[in-house]
Each structure stands twice: as C-alpha cells, then as structure tokens.
Design a protein around this ligand. Structure first.
Ligand code: A2P
Length: 274
C-alpha cells in the first residue's frame, strides 16, 4: 500500500505514480496494464502525449476498478483559454473512456499567450461541475501561482515541476508549502543525466542495499513530494514501487540535495508547448 498525501481540497494522492509519456501502441498498452496490476494507482498522461486512448485502454484491460485508480491529464498549449480548455477536457475524457478525471493540470503556463488565468477558470468550473476531482498546474513559477490566486482565489492542488537531485527546486517547494500546494516531480530520476550514476546517489543506494533509482525515489518521498517515474521495463517499474522498506538518513538527504544544479527540461518562462 503506497502512502498518500492530502491535497488542499481534501482529496489524496499516492506519493508514487507512473509517468506514461512513452506509452504507445499495443505493447505500451499491455505494459501499462501490467504495471497497474503490479500496483500503480496514480497514472500521469497529457493531451500532448497523444496517448490518452492507449492509457484508457490499459486502464480497461487492467481489470482494476476505475475508482481505485487516479488519472491525471493536462491541458496543452493550443487548448488554453476558457472555452478551448472546456472542449479539451471533454475530448480527454472521451479518449480515456472515463466520465471523470482525478487531476487535471495546465501543462505549461505559456506566459506569452497570457491565457493561463482564463484556462484556470475553466478548470475550476470543470471541478465544480464534477468532471474533474482536483485541479492544478504544471511548470508554474511562484509568480504564476500568485497571479492565479490573486485573480481567482483558487489555489492549485498541485504544481508538477521538474525535480530531481540535480534540480531540487528548494525555493519553489517552500512557496508550495506556504500555500499548501503539493509538489509533483516530473523526470524524478533525472532523465538522461548522470543522476543515477552520481557517486552520492550510488553511495546512498549501497548503504541501503537498493538501486540508485530506488534511493532517488525514496529521496522524493522523504522530501514530501509525489514522484511519477516512468519505466518500460517490468523489473524496474516494480523496483520503483518498492521504496517503503528503508529510510535515508538526514545526512544522505542533505547530500542528495546538495549536488550541482542544472535544469534538464523546458524553462517555464520561455517553453512553448502546443
Ligand atoms: P526504462 O524505461 O528503460 O526503465 P524520468 O522519469 O526521470 O524522466 O526517467 C525515466 C527514465 O529512467 C526512463 O528512460 C527509464 O528507462 C529509466 N528508469 C526508470 N526506472 C529505472 C530504474 N529503476 N533504474 C534505472 N533506470 C530507470
């Protein structure tokens, strides 16, 4: 059983979910269905991944009851704006084959468009109408969050951001804590960087007889964030779930939080995503 974090709307998220960015085709559906049977309950997709039908098919094929699963999707850039976001939500629900999303996020703020506040109003209305259980954002800075709260009074339940030992987001996490926003980590394992071979990570892993990925995921859990690693390999996705039988020491946490910092993905202020 995966521990849960409470959101500011009273709902809960497991601290570990599965990224589905790479899920495609029949093989992807079969793998995802197996991962659900293996224990993943929080699944993270997005309209821009182009795989919501596959994710929906895997959910159906898994045999796990819908109400035991938490489905996250995201509004892509071309669907920002009040009306467009509402239409996008309907399309996402149809493609996933469900009548409600558990978490719906604005994928990127796209400040150049200046539509994220209107998009946010649509998400809040979708929530109030029951089509979406919780609403949040992704890749928002503290300033973007401030503006949503100032103009709508509704604080996002989560902000999903790039977060791993090479990009620890200490300042933004403090802002989240002050506003009761749960932090979700994308690329929690640091993608194609050397996070998983970093000496600090390898040493922490060896100390506990676990893999580097397990040590890093445990670091996320002890930071109090939700991590959504992805893996196409059954041994690895199972191992990634098995991180609740050991605890990193304060020194290990500190060391994994003190590595050289580098952003691996898009910058929220300039990233264009459509
Ligand atoms: P694979 O699918 O072959 O397991 P992130 O989620 O940080 O973007 O990184 C995901 C990448 O990390 C994937 O390419 C995945 O490759 C790899 N990965 C996932 N779990 C593990 C693990 N336990 N050990 C090593 N690599 C992993």
């Amino acid at each position: 059983q995966i521990p849960q974090l409470e959101l500011n709307d009273g709902h809960h998220l497991p601290v570990l979910g599965l990224g589905t960015y790479a899920v495609q085709g029949e093989d992807g559906v079969a793998a995802l269905s197996q991962a659900i049977q293996d224990g993943y309950r929080l699944l993270d997709t997005a309209a821009s991944y182009g795989n919501e039908r596959e994710v929906g098919a895997a959910v159906a094929a898994s045999g796990v009851p819908r109400d035991e699963l938490l489905l996250t999707s995201k509004v892509r850039g071309q669907d920002q704006g009040y009306d467009a976001a509402r239409r996008a939500a309907e399309r996402t629900l149809r493609d996933l084959g469900v009548d409600r999303l558990d978490l719906y996020l604005i994928h990127w703020p796209l400040p150049r468009l200046d539509l994220y506040v209107e998009t946010w109003r649509a998400l809040v209305d979708l929530r109030d109408e029951g089509l979406v259980r919780s609403v949040g954002v992704s890749n928002f800075t503290a300033e973007h969050l401030d503006r949503l709260v100032a103009e709508t009074g509704v604080v996002p339940a989560v902000n999903q951001i790039e977060l791993h030992p090479y990009f620890t987001q200490a300042e933004l996490r403090a802002v989240h804590a002050a506003r009761a926003v749960v932090t979700e980590s994308w690329s929690p394992l640091g993608r194609k960087s050397t996070v998983l071979t970093d000496p600090a990570v390898v040493e922490a892993a060896e100390n506990h007889g676990v893999s580097p990925a397990q040590a890093v995921l445990r670091w996320h859990v002890q930071l109090g964030v939700v991590a959504i690693p992805k893996s196409a390999n059954r041994d690895r996705w199972r191992a990634n779930l098995d991180i609740f039988g050991f605890e990193l020491s304060a020194e290990e946490m500190e060391r994994l939080s003190s590595l050289e910092q580098v952003r691996l993905g898009g910058d929220p202020l300039t990233h264009e995503e459509f």
